[in-house]
Design a binder for this molecule. Structure first.
Ligand code: UDX
Length: 476
């Protein structure tokens, strides 16, 4: 950690920089809104005219608690504008944040950098004065160095344009909080000027005591993939223990609880179940393993291939559990699939374990009805062949097995007695270890969860603390 030096030799920075945010997806829209909330004058730039029109009209195309209201506030203040005009953005910005996506490439584990390259190239062509480009997208190590050369050779302002890397760690569902109150800021930069200019963008967040780790470009790029790899590994670790529990009759949820009391281990990201999905963790660990292989250090992170494989196995094991409950024959079995999003409080179905399990059950011949409080439109677009219900009650009506795939509060809080009256048979698979096994069993349900014995129940230690602690395991 270092202080941001304001050295005499450093060219002057813009104390209250005008900001552009290139790419208005999840990361970019959140960053643009938060920067405007912090008092900066922000232009959000995207190549998608329809999306820009929507955002400019105050409509957020993603589901993120509070973000739409905050965006409307920022638009009304006049400090936030959206545009597709690169020349306008280039003229506006003292600091340009690159927030475009880096999805997994088709047919390879590598990250697809075409959006980053296109965004940086088109912006650089218009840059005719000193300014800073800041990468926030998750990229393979070495990208920032390559882009620095690209910018210098493309921008009319040449060497006056500098490039820094400032990875973003926001979680969907907590995007505003994670942006405005981050655990840390990471600045990868090659000059004191770039560091000081970045610090000016986050002045109030730094003043609030947020640690700043100031480092080189490669380390800044690596921090992000290392953090996501660690989180994925922690989840797959407990899910690997679940596999051992399944073979031994031990109970992984009691195991996770006992481990969580060790302050060196902690309970966050130790929630067993169906595993991780979404637009970040799965593709980031694959891209990292791929990049490490091309750098000749593939062996160092080869464990990430196992982390991925453990995670994928959870999906088939969930299908197997449903199959066991219907007597080994999925064909024609009526299954209620509760959840489609990759996690609660999100409508994101990218690499969603929930939707994948629904698809696998459907492909095995089951009659699957999916319900999700927020992700129905995205799920339907992805898998139009599945059946969708308008409500929880409609989804479970006449079901032979209910399978909980995303732990929305609506499902956690549902009354097992009432649900029991709607289903054909009281069989439930708790794919997220989110339900109270005792309550379901008391209401006559056969309750099953991955890594838990057939007659799973609560731990017999101090009951109050157990319930509290178990609820705390996981992402929050
Ligand atoms: C993640 C990182 O947390 C964030 O720092 C980064 O910027 C982007 O990627 P996000 O994709 O929003 O954020 O989801 P996260 O809350 O991390 O959850 C990822 C997946 O892991 C979800 O599918 C969730 O259900 C699963 N998970 C999480 C578990 O299976 N068990 C846990 O204990 C925690």
């Amino acid at each position: 950690m270092s202080q941001i030096p304001a050295q005499m030799t450093t060219p002057p920075i813009v104390e209250h920089p005008r900001i552009t945010v290139v790419g208005t997806g999840y990361l970019g829209a959140t960053h643009a809104v938060c920067m405007a909330l912090l008092g900066y004058d922000v232009v959000g730039l995207d190549v998608d005219q329809a999306k820009i029109d929507q955002l400019a009209a105050g409509v957020l195309p993603i589901f993120e608690p509070d973000l739409e209201e905050k965006m409307q506030e920022a638009l009304a203040s006049g400090r936030l504008r959206f545009s597709t005009d690169v020349a306008l953005a280039a003229a506006h910005g003292d600091v340009h944040f690159i927030c475009v996506g880096t999805p997994q490439s088709k047919g390879s584990d590598a990250a697809d950098l075409s959006y980053v390259d296109a965004a940086v190239t088109s912006l650089a062509r218009e840059l005719s004065r000193k300014c800073l480009i800041v990468g926030k997208s998750t990229v393979p190590i070495g990208t920032a160095r390559r882009l620095t050369a690209l910018v210098r050779s493309t921008a009319p302002a040449g060497d006056l344009v500098e490039l820094a890397w400032n990875p973003e760690f926001l979680r969907e569902g907590y995007a505003i909080k994670d942006t405005l109150e981050p655990d840390r800021l990471v600045f990868g930069a090659e000059s004191d000027w770039a560091r000081a200019q970045l610090a000016a963008c986050y002045a109030s967040i730094i003043a609030a005591g947020t640690p700043v780790v100031s480092t080189d470009l490669s380390t800044a790029e690596l921090v992000k993939v290392a953090a996501n790899s660690f989180l994925a590994t922690k989840i797959s670790y407990i899910n690997a223990m679940a596999e051992v529990c399944e073979a031994t009759g031990a109970d992984v949820s009691h195991l996770a609880l006992a481990l969580s009391y060790d302050s060196r281990i902690g309970g966050r990201f130790l929630k067993p179940g169906l595993g991780f999905g979404g637009g970040c963790l799965p593709k980031d660990i694959r891209a990292f393993a791929h990049r490490a292989e091309t750098l000749g250090v593939g062996q160092a992170v080869s464990f990430l291939r196992h982390v991925d494989a453990i995670n994928q196995r959870r999906r088939q094991r969930t299908v197997d559990l449903v199959c066991e409950l219907v007597g080994g024959q999925l064909s024609g079995a009526r299954i209620a699939a509760l959840g489609a999003a990759f996690k609660p409080n999100s409508d994101d179905v990218r690499d969603a374990p929930a939707l994948d399990v629904a698809r696998m059950l459907h492909e095995a011949g089951a009659v699957v009805t999916v319900y999700d409080p927020a992700a129905m439109a995205n799920a339907r677009r992805r898998y139009p062949d599945l059946s969708y219900a308008q409500s929880l009650d409609e989804a479970v009506m006449g079901a032979q097995v209910v399978v909980l795939l995303t732990e929305w509060d609506e499902f956690r809080k549902a009354d097992p007695l009432r649900l029991g009256e709607l289903v054909q048979t009281r069989f439930i698979v708790d794919g997220r270890h989110a339900l109270d096994a005792n309550r379901y069993q008391a209401a006559g349900w056969d309750y099953r969860a991955l890594g838990r014995p057939v007659r799973a129940g609560s731990v017999t230690v101090i009951e109050f603390e157990t319930a509290e602690r178990t609820a705390q395991l996981g992402a929050r």
